[in-house]
Design a protein around this ligand. Structure first.
Ligand SMILES: CC(=O)SCCNC(=O)CCNC(=O)[C@H](O)C(C)(C)COP(=O)(O)OP(=O)(O)OC[C@H]1O[C@@H](n2cnc3c(N)ncnc32)[C@H](O)[C@@H]1OP(=O)(O)O
Ligand SMILES: O=C(O)C1=N[C@H](C(=O)O)CCC1
Length: 181
């Protein structure tokens, strides 16, 4: 079960009341810095901007890939631990608008986690240390530490303890091997 708090909204659909989630100036500020950071290929600068200007709790050694999209309304509810990788175009949501209510929930990503490209993380989810989320997954519930999940909705597809190819990096290559066509 995701850890979210529900806030009912009367009258129009819940997104129409988005200013109840965060004030206009805060969202405009977050949007500017998050959009800028999405295009920056400088990992340390990106995590610094997100930490100091939009209030995300992102470790300096976390690597956030190009076009990753953290929640612009409540990025302060996102926690990303040291050495974790967030792939291209990953969406991390901490709010969700429903027709007659909105929900808020913190997303906690541990250390040495890999979130594959194009995955979506829903509000209120915890992803444990060393877990792997496959490309394109939609994470709707907690991912235990050391577990590999994939698919829509994300289901366990392995353990990150040697029984998956991704946990066997193999011997280091020489520079010539790495750059060979
Ligand atoms: C550009 C960037 O952003 S790079 C930084 C982000 N990194 C990425 O995006 C990495 C993306 N890589 C993946 O998603 C990989 O598939 C990994 C890391 C999850 C798994 O890699 P491996 O351990 O090599 O898995 P492998 O390819 O051997 O597949 C193992 C099984 O999991 C399944 N599987 C692999 N990836 C996924 C996935 N994304 N979704 C669902 N199932 C998957 C495979 O079909 C296979 O199932 P089978 O045994 O029934 O045939
Ligand atoms: O995945 C890559 O390739 C790169 N990712 C970094 C980023 O997304 O910011 C830096 C450039 C290479």
């Amino acid at each position: 079960m995701r850890r979210t708090t529900t806030y009912p909204v009367n009258g129009h659909n819940a997104m129409a009341s988005w200013r109840r989630v965060a004030p206009f100036w805060r969202v405009a500020w977050n949007f500017f810095w998050i959009e800028l950071s999405r295009f920056l290929p400088f990992l340390r600068l990106k995590s610094w901007l997100l930490r100091h200007l939009v209030g995300m709790d992102v470790a300096p050694t976390a690597s956030i890939g190009v076009m990753a999209m953290p929640d612009i309304l409540r990025p302060d509810l996102i926690h990303i631990g040291p050495e974790s990788i967030i792939g291209y175009n990953v969406t991390i949501l901490t709010h969700e608008f429903l027709p007659r209510a909105y929900r808020l929930g913190a997303v906690e990503i541990g250390a040495w986690v890999l979130i594959g490209a194009n995955a979506t993380i829903l509000p209120g989810v915890r992803i444990g240390d060393g877990a792997i989320v496959g490309a394109g997954a939609v994470v709707t519930r907690d991912v235990p530490a050391g577990t590999m999940v994939g698919g829509v909705p994300a289901r366990v597809i392995g353990r990150v303890d040697g029984d998956t190819r991704a946990s066997r990096p193999g011997p280091p290559l020489s520079l010539e091997q790495e750059t060979a066509p």
